[in-house]
Design a protein. Structure first.
Lengths: 789, 350
């Protein structure tokens, strides 16, 4: 919203003050002002009123005319002018020699053989409207030679307030409300609005008007006739233009002017079309043509202004084409109303049509303003068009009123909230300047909230704190740390694990952390042959790529791998993110936090890659939990899983994740020449497991002994099975085992296991080691595992 | 006999001169000093000598033995020295100025920025909370004073799910749960609530270089007796100075957010121009950085905390925006692109 300092100055005397500084202060205390401030008229000087005394056609040019103009000097001035609207007796804006328009300084200049000693200007050239159709026509009775700036408000400071920052301030949608803020900031007085005395018309007949719907809070109207003026006064047009509106005609301009001045939208109907005004909704949908010529669908929730049963306007949004003022309109009905803000907002959304009026209504306007606005309208109307006659009494229906708000608090409350000392005197002065009624009794303030702040904006004590502090100025606050007792701070276990895991993956295994979206990548997955599994969806989604919430992060990562093929012959990616595994019986999503890892390699064989990933997981677990992981083969359930080597990851015998190889169909689509393995870990299950901690074992002073066994393993026999054969046989001296060799042919899979024995008390004898090993070998043969032949 | 000794000496000298390796030298040592060596052989001829002569001869042989040993020892040292010298000479000079192999992993830039913020707040005694991405309408809106049909809901186009839940549009969705989680300890033991909660947020909007439907925020709250606006400004200024590692000027402007009252927009002086005004701050010298304010009494009440007794502040920080500012990322979409070319650059940020 653009604001004019001239307009604001109508209501508060800001003379002698630095306006730009005030605007800055307004930005810090009230609402955000855009960075660029416009100094209107600063680029124009030396333009005077001049009268055209004679007009001759240029002998060679069809467009040009040779004028003699009276610019208030002793002699007439010769001017060559190309405007179509020149005529003798017309007064216009004239840039004399030496005048400045932007970068140009006017100098005598030859035009098609004739010297022009100045230039007649259009309004657009002076910058006071966008009318460039001809030179400016001045109808006011002013002396030739008068500087245009002496009679018109060409010089102005205009600034723009970010509409979003006015969301909660219905009172700031017009200049008068803004002026109140400037008055408070500058410590000057706000002048009352000059209005017409509407009670003078009480004897006249009322308008037949009835509110039939609770969505209309107040409806006031007045009829008048005999409007003769068509073009608005220059200053009014300049203000409208500076504030971003085009002048249309006097009546339309005046309703717009009122809206910009008071924030109250108004509408003028042709009285013939609104003989019986009814405000209501219709049970059945229908189409309605608004004054912009658009057919709009009206449903049963949209409030309408009607003439009897015929709709004539969409309440608070836009008038209808049918009831618009036309050539032969003589009598006008002026509407000034307040409607339910939420209803207007919803209608705006449904109609996809936001207007200057609806923008204001949806902020919860003050209904008290309706009648004042009519008073102001009539005042201005009469001032600019003396012959206007009011032909009805003010007709006002006000069924829905806001409650008066009275708030009470003490000085200690203000001190506690602000943390600084603001004197009672300052508090009273600030609130009073903003229109609040304030009583101070001892330490207790009682505050009456003015109607224009009481529609939703100021309802509680904390709101008053804002009023006091924003005018006091946040820049003036002393800043202080808190005085709070100290207590230990405990971090969330899952969160701690997450951070440590990231470090291990990045620092030790050179993996890359990526982020992704929470929904399945429909197109990309389809291209890779990865089914988008059915899961909860976004409601009303229109794009399948932003629709289904993912159940697992692995499909996402496979898509990411695909898009990074070519980055390097080998890389690994990971993400700690969230998935939804379904909807529970309570109808709430089962959301889980997961760690997903995918390794890609063109250089590494699938077995090594798979074991690399296994080792990464084992390292994480050993680091964070000092525990070993278990694995259990599981059946593939998803299109991207290779059915062989898919394992459930176990920690403390509980499933915490999955590790596997990518299904060849998917793998080939990603990269025919690469191997890809993946794992997903449930962070909540994993993080919930306690750490076993470090158990220190003192290094033995006695020599250790080792014993190697070479075993032949049939398919389906796992190392974990073998472990059970010595798990309980160690007699406290078997300190560990490791695989020192593997030997594979087409038919035989064999491994050599080294058993390490040591004691902290004595040197071991080969006999006692042999005794243990005999038992182990016996156990092994029981499960069908024999020594290699 | 003496001739034999002399000859032997001469022979050894000649042989040693020709020797180039320690292996050959060892052979010489064995040939002279071994059990069957030349020097040992000399002693075998002693039987024919008289006692006197034998004594004399033995002495000479011993001298010879020592001489031989000494010569071999010297030669050994000489050879070892040569060998080291050869080894040194054999070492080629490497070109250390070639580009280093920097193959290593990377963090997501959000992780780096988030960790910095978390570290700062942890050092001031704040807990770091984690929260769900799918939340209820109550968590995201109702509990933080945004009732149904409130215009504030227009400000954020929310992703609703089929079951009526939604993808959280703001980290404030965690506020109620956090007030409840720590409220008991506040009321019973006087332990102030100090928590930050970073998290991913979602808004239904078209994406372009500056708009994303998925982004990160970090919200913080502090609740205690007598928490004031003055405290809020202190914490914001301190945090931002730590984040940017320089003294940051901040200013507050009134801002409307339903969950705070009074609410503020916090600006910092432009990091590029220092407040003079430049293209990146729209010539205003200030950058709008984070909304904050005093927690709305209704929000406290809804969290089970009496607003007459306790006050608190809350703030929201756009982690995504912060990361973009910090690293000069111009296109917000890079962050979720999954592109290693873009994201593998964030190896660490210490």
């Amino acid at each position: 919203m653009f604001l004019s300092m001239n307009w604001i100055s109508d209501f508060v005397d800001l003379s002698g003050l630095d306006k730009v500084k005030l605007i800055n202060q307004f930005s810090l205390s009230t609402a955000e002002v855009e960075n660029e401030i416009f100094f209107k008229g600063s680029e124009v000087s030396g333009i005077v009123v001049a009268e055209i005394k004679s007009v001759l056609d240029h002998p060679e040019s069809k467009k040009l005319h040779l004028l003699k103009v009276d610019a208030g000097e002793d002699e007439l001035t010769d001017v060559v002018c190309g405007a179509p609207n020149v005529r003798v007796g017309m007064k216009t804006a004239f840039a004399k020699v030496g005048a400045k328009i932007g970068e140009i300084t006017i100098a005598p200049r030859k035009l098609a053989g004739y010297t022009s000693n100045g230039m007649c200007c259009s309004e657009a050239e002076i910058g006071i409207s966008d009318d460039n159709s001809g030179i400016m026509e001045i109808t006011d009775d002013v002396k030739n030679g008068t500087d245009l700036k002496d009679i018109y408000e060409i010089d102005d400071i205009v600034f723009e307030v970010d509409n979003k920052s006015l969301t909660n301030r219905p009172d700031l949608w017009g200049h008068y409300g803004i002026a109140r803020e400037f008055a408070a900031l500058a410590g000057r007085e706000l002048k009352p609005l000059e209005t017409d005395n509407l009670s003078l018309y009480d004897e006249l007949p009322k308008v037949d008007m009835k509110i039939e719907d609770t969505l209309c809070q107040r409806y006031a109207c007045l009829r008048f006739e005999n409007i003769t003026r068509n073009v608005s006064p220059v200053n009014m047009r300049i203000r409208l233009f500076y504030c971003g509106m085009r002048a249309i005609n006097f009546l339309a301009d005046l309703t717009n002017y009122l809206m910009l001045e008071m924030g109250q939208p108004m509408h003028a109907f042709d009285s013939r079309k609104v003989e019986n005004i009814r405000v209501k909704r219709f049970p059945e949908p229908f189409t309605f043509e608004t004054l912009d010529g658009v057919e709009r669908k009206i449903d049963e929730n949209t409030l309408m202004i009607c003439n009897g049963d015929t709709p004539v306007a969409i309440a608070g949004i836009m008038g209808g084409l049918d009831s618009e003022i036309v050539e032969d309109t003589t009598s006008l009905t002026l509407e000034s109303a307040t409607f339910d803000a939420a209803s207007i907002r919803k209608s705006t959304v449904r109609l996809a049509h936001r207007t200057d009026a609806s923008m204001r209504y949806e902020k919860s306007l003050d209904p008290e303003m309706c009648v004042t606005a009519i008073g102001r309208f009539v005042y201005l109307l009469k001032e600019y068009d003396k012959g206007v006659t009011v032909i009805s009494a003010l007709t006002d229906s006000y069924p829905v009123k806001y409650d008066d708000i009275k708030l009470s608090f003490d000085k200690a409350f203000v001190d506690k909230y602000t943390g600084i000392e603001i004197s009672s005197d300052t508090i009273v002065k600030t609130l009073t300047s903003l229109g609040f009624g304030v009583k101070l009794d001892g330490d207790v303030f009682t505050v009456d909230v003015p109607s224009w702040r009481a529609t939703k904006d100021v309802t509680i004590k904390a709101d008053i704190i804002e009023e006091i502090t924003r005018i006091y100025g946040y820049d003036n606050f002393a800043i202080n740390t808190t005085r709070s007792p100290l207590y230990p701070v405990r971090m969330d276990a899952v969160k701690c694990d997450e951070e440590k895991i990231k470090d291990i993956l990045v620092k030790r295994y050179n993996l890359h952390e990526l982020h992704s979206y929470v929904w399945a990548y429909y197109d990309e997955q389809k291209a890779l042959g990865i089914e988008v599994e059915d899961n909860i969806k976004l409601s009303g989604a229109t794009n399948p790529n932003i629709e289904t919430i993912r159940k697992s992060m692995i499909p996402t990562q496979l898509c990411q791998v695909k898009s990074n093929v070519g980055y390097a012959p080998e890389f690994g990616i990971f993400e700690v993110g969230r998935v939804v595994e379904g909807v529970g019986s309570d109808n709430l999503c089962i959301e889980r936090k997961k760690l997903a890892i995918t390794l890609y390699s063109k250089t590494c064989d699938v077995k090594s890659l798979y074991f690399k990933l296994r080792d990464i997981l084992a390292t994480i677990t050993d680091d964070l939990k000092h525990k070993a992981l278990g694995f259990k083969p599981t059946e593939a359930k998803h299109s991207y899983e290779h059915p062989v080597n898919l394992n459930t990851i176990l920690l403390d015998d509980e499933a915490v994740g999955t590790i596997g190889i990518v299904h060849p169909v998917v793998g080939k689509k990603i990269d025919k020449k690469a191997n890809i393995v993946f794992a997903e870990l449930d962070m909540e299950s994993f993080g919930g497991k306690a750490s076993a901690g470090i158990t220190y074992s003192e290094p033995s002073k006695f020599p250790p002994m080792t014993y190697d066994l070479s075993l032949e393993l049939a398919p389906g026999k796992f190392f974990a099975d073998l472990c059970k054969c010595w798990m309980n046989e160690g007699k406290g001296i078997l300190r560990g085992t490791k695989i020192v060799d593997t030997y594979d042919t087409d038919t035989i899979h064999s491994i050599t296991i080294r058993f390490e024995f040591s004691s902290n008390e004595r040197t071991l004898s080969s006999a006692e080691v042999q005794e243990i090993m005999d038992k182990v070998i016996e156990n092994l043969s029981k499960i069908g595992v024999n020594l290699r032949g | 006999m003496d001739d034999k000794i002399l000859n032997l000496k001469q022979k050894l000298k000649n042989e040693l001169d020709g020797i180039q390796s320690l292996v050959d030298l060892d052979k010489v040592r064995v040939a002279y000093l071994g059990k069957k060596g030349s020097v040992t052989d000399l002693l075998k001829g002693m039987k024919e000598l008289t006692n006197e002569e034998r004594k004399e001869f033995g002495k000479k042989v011993n001298e010879l033995k020592q001489n031989v040993a000494k010569s071999i020892e010297d030669k050994t040292a000489e050879l070892k020295e040569l060998e080291i010298k050869a080894e040194i000479e054999a070492m080629p000079q490497f070109d250390i100025t070639t580009p280093a192999d920097l193959t290593r992993g990377s963090y997501h830039p959000i992780t780096l920025v988030q960790r910095q913020c978390e570290t700062i707040f942890k050092s001031m005694g704040f807990t770091v909370e984690d929260y769900a991405e799918v939340v209820t309408d109550y968590e995201c809106f109702e509990s933080v004073n945004i009732p149904k049909h409130h215009p504030a809901r227009d400000m954020q186009d929310t992703y609703y799910l089929e079951n009526g839940q939604l993808l959280k549009s703001q980290t404030s969705a965690a506020q109620n749960a956090i007030l409840r989680k720590y409220g008991k300890n506040l009321k019973e033991n006087g332990v102030p609530i100090k928590a930050i909660f970073p998290g991913r947020c979602f808004r239904n909007e078209a994406t372009d270089a500056t708009h994303e439907n998925t982004f990160f925020q970090m919200e913080g709250v502090m609740v205690d007796k007598d928490i004031s606006i003055s405290n809020l400004i202190y914490f914001m200024k301190t945090m931002l100075s730590e984040v940017f590692r320089k003294d940051i000027k901040v200013r507050l402007r009134p801002g409307f957010f339903p969950f705070v009252e009074p609410g503020f927009e916090l600006d910092i002086n432009c990091l590029i121009c220092g407040g003079e005004g430049c293209p990146s701050c729209g010539h205003g010298g200030w950058l709008e950085l984070c909304p904050c304010g005093m927690i709305h009494p209704e929000v406290l009440r809804e969290g089970g905390i009496d607003p007459e007794e306790y006050t608190g502040f809350a703030f929201g920080l756009g982690l995504t925006r912060l990361a973009m500012m910090k690293y000069g990322i111009k296109d917000i979409r890079d962050l979720n692109s999954g592109s290693l070319k873009a994201l593998s650059q964030f190896t660490d940020d210490e």
